[in-house]
Write a protein that binds this ligand. Sequence first.
Ligand code: GAR
Length: 210
Amino acid sequence: VLKLGCLISGRGSNLQALIDACAAPDFPAEIALVLSNKADAEGLERAKAAGIATSVVNHKEYADRDSFDAELDRRLRAAGVELVCLAGFMRLLTDGFVEGWRDRMINIHPSLLPALKGLKTHERALEAGARFTGCTVHYVRPEMDEGPIIAQAVVPVLDEDDAASLGARVLAEEHKLYPLAVRLIAEKRLSITGNRITVTGDKNLATPLI
Ligand code: GAR
């Protein structure tokens, strides 16, 4: 089974979705380590409750991004992590760290990339009058919220929506999408050419979302 390292900063509901998926006997991945840059992240409690190893690397205790990222890297490698899953990790990572995990690090983002990179995506979808938004799982590249797109789910924007109601509708899709993307990687069903990903083998699993 593929060993995952999950990086979190807060609530950890996407982490929970991965924990739950990994608990199924036929799921081809397991979480080897949950790393947080915040000691009070709710996600750490979720990991502990599931008996998963946790670790805190407080970015405020490091002189610069390079030394913080070097410590993340050390801990991930010491735990035997093969795929890094960013799950609400709210720190920008250095180019060196990102390149060190090239094609072995993925992120979930609450918009249909390449639209609405960055923060406050649901507020901005509403301001822009978008009829649809959604979420994206993608391989991480040095530029923020860029990289080959693995899977996306589309969500309608309703007239009565505010950022909270829209965000909740997107989040429910995130929780399905992230485990799906991890499964496709663990089953070695993705090939990357530039920014484009093709899925090999039985596409039934992937067709509703990709
Ligand atoms: C999720 O909506 C995730 O897509 C988003 O933060 C939330 C984390 O929630 N990520 C980003 O905005 C990355 N820039 P969670 O801690 O409950 O998984």
